[in-house]
Design a protein around this ligand. Structure first.
Ligand SMILES: [Zn+2]
Ligand SMILES: [Zn+2]
Length: 172
């Protein structure tokens, strides 16, 4: 398999390179960085000042190829029906997923920016969504990357890889 990192809108190239390296280490497969595509403006909700993540997934589907999983990365705040926000979302049947860096950035909570924290959190969310694409569900173990993040605290508690229960389910 291969992972296609697909920036949606402008994303810092240093972040993409670090994420590429980390995903390669977790999944052991080739990871490529694609040219950015534009943010779907029709996904913007003026009331919520957020973007509907489902439309990002729809835009990514045409890039899906056999044996390739497309992971979109955006900087804008995402939501989906029934949830105030999402860190990321996977379309399992479509083989695509998207993560947002917006809520992972310290500076968006009035704190000093931290590149280390940002890349660590982005790795966790990326591995989580790709895990869904590979057929994995949520894990009850709060330290497992497949644990559902209700808040950034949950993301910070979990580790950036699969627990011993989930790891064997990774059929690559
Ligand atoms: Zn999940
Ligand atoms: Zn697990």
């Amino acid at each position: 398999m291969e992972i296609d990192l697909q920036p949606v809108g402008e994303i810092d190239y240093g972040i993409l390179l670090q994420l590429k390296d980390r995903l390669h280490r977790v999944f052991g497969c080739p990871v490529v960085i694609s040219d950015p595509v534009s943010i779907p403006q029709e996904a913007f909700s003026a009331d919520r000042k957020q973007y509907l993540s489902d439309m990002f997934l729809d835009d990514l589907k045409p890039f899906k190829k056999a044996h390739t999983y497309v992971l979109g990365i955006t900087d804008v705040d995402l939501y989906t029906q029934g949830l105030n926000f999402v860190f990321g979302q996977a379309d399992i049947a479509g083989g695509v997923s998207v993560i947002s860096l917006h809520l992972l950035k310290q500076e968006n909570y009035g704190l000093p920016a931290s590149n280390d924290l940002l890349i660590e959190r982005a790795q966790k969310e990326a591995v989580h969504e790709l895990g869904h694409n590979l057929g994995m569900g949520h894990c009850e173990d709060g330290t497992c990357v497949m644990h559902f993040s209700n808040s950034l605290i949950d993301t910070d508690v979990k580790k950036p890889f699969f627990c011993s229960h989930c790891q064997p389910k990774l059929a690559l």
